[in-house]
Design a protein around this ligand. Structure first.
Ligand code: EZ4
Ligand code: CO
Length: 416
């Protein structure tokens, strides 16, 4: 064995993983966090939250992963990733890749703390001064949505996602009922919502026409169709939205079949974003290689961690696609912190989604990132800069919650 005790990041004995555990907490919504500890006492955190399926990932980690981590060198991040991915034989899938991501991010956090460096510096240093984010505005009607977009602009946002109610539909995706942020996983069993496409295709172009009239051309506007449209319907919407110059149209149609995006592309130049439900580079590959999308949304927590998502970002860069990480509130502050370091480094950054976490969530996960002038700024503390107050976390026990489902008016199961 080579003597590596003089390595700046501690000796291999100091880096040995001696403990790992899963913390489940629900400060307003459920979060699963993995905490890995080394012999030196340095510890790291990784997010393992998979909305509506949280305990599957917790069990995957507790029952099948943690015992494999004990005794390993925390500095061998790549080897640990390959061990968990290749070694398990059963590859990919949201549960597996979220569990791997939790380990990966916790190890990067440990590496940063041992090196005394913020994560973005480990990745290769700063590529930009700030991280452009977009917020979520919604309203029951066009009027309300436009007022809400105005409030975001007044708060300094330069990019806003806008959703509005559809006449005749009680609960369309993305429209909050109260003033508080939109939180879809709000019932123990899935809430049944009704979906109908024709009214939606009518109102969305009128919403954006109004938003441009009210708020001008400068603000970046985004929209999420949340997998509700068939490819030809998505093509129509993308074409109808062209005059309003969207930053992107998200999840225009389900992406299992990349040919759907080919069809949209043939008809429209509205930029397309997709990938928040992807979990590996293989989900992204055809869409990127065939230049069918402009922004890739696959994020650290569901895409196997930093080690894997940076490969996705590199593949995207080959095809001039940029990152636009998912950042809804079901991605914990640990993921947001790690994402902001990634966003600060990655050369082909596009935008970062940002839905503010609740005050309870922020208290349970103290962090050093800050919001200023429509942008987020990662902190300078070592690692990803997000902690966990376990005593406080224990005061918020897990609550079973599932995402809603959507059916057509005749009862046919549809994509939510
Ligand atoms: O529905 O994160 O762009 N953001 C979204 C989110 C997702 C939730 C699912 O867990 O589409 O609101
Ligand atoms: Co989305």
């Amino acid at each position: 064995m080579v003597n590596i005790s003089s390595e700046p990041q501690g000796s291999s004995r100091e880096r040995e993983i001696v403990a790992a555990r899963v913390i489940v907490t629900s400060p307003g919504r459920n979060f699963v966090t993995l905490r890995i500890e080394t012999r030196s006492g340095v510890w790291g955190l990784g997010d393992a939250t998979l909305n509506g399926r949280e305990l599957a990932v917790a069990a995957y980690l507790e029952q099948h992963v943690i015992a494999n981590l004990i005794g390993r060198d925390a500095g061998r991040i790549e080897d640990t990733w390959q061990f968990l991915y290749r070694g398990a034989y059963w590859r990919r899938g949201p549960v597996t890749m979220t569990a791997i991501a939790a380990v990966d991010v916790a190890l990067w956090d440990i590496l940063g703390k041992m090196a005394g460096l913020p994560l973005y510096r480990l990745l290769g240093g700063r590529s930009r001064e700030r991280v452009l984010v977009y917020g979520h505005a919604s309203g029951r009607d066009i009027e309300g949505a436009s007022a809400e977009v105005g409030r975001f602009i007044a708060e300094g946002y330069r990019a806003v996602r806008a959703q509005c109610g559809v006449p005749g539909l009680a609960k369309p995706y993305g429209v909050s009922r109260m003033k508080n942020a939109y939180e879809p996983a709000e019932s123990e069993l899935p809430l049944e919502t009704v979906w109908s496409t024709p009214g939606y295709l009518e109102i969305v172009p009128r919403l954006f026409e109004r938003l441009r009239a009210d708020h001008g051309r400068e603000v970046e506007l985004l929209h999420d169709a949340h997998h509700r449209l068939t490819p030809i319907e998505a093509a129509r919407l993308a074409r109808d939205l062209e005059p309003y110059r969207l930053f992107w149209l998200e999840d225009a149609t389900p992406a299992e079949n990349p040919d759907g995006f080919e069809l949209i592309r043939r008809h429209s130049v509205t930029p397309l974003a997709v990938g928040e439900v992807f979990n590996s580079i293989f989900d992204c590959r055809a869409l990127l290689e065939r230049q069918l999308i402009d922004y890739i949304r696959t994020t650290i927590v569901h895409g196997g961690g930093i080690t894997h998502v940076r490969r996705i970002a590199d593949l995207a860069a080959l095809h001039r696609a940029r990152t636009g990480f998912h950042g809804a509130t079901d991605l914990s502050p640990v993921t947001l912190g790690a994402a902001l370091h990634f966003d600060t480094w990655v050369p082909n950054f596009g935008i970062q989604e940002y839905m503010r976490h609740s005050d309870e969530t922020d208290a349970v996960f103290p962090h050093d990132y800050t919001f200023r002038d429509g942008c987020l700024h990662c902190g300078e503390s070592p690692g990803h800069g997000v902690g966990l107050d376990e005593q406080l976390a224990a005061r918020f026990p897990y609550k079973p919650r599932q995402l809603p489902i959507a059916r057509l008016p005749d009862g046919t199961m549809w994509d939510w």
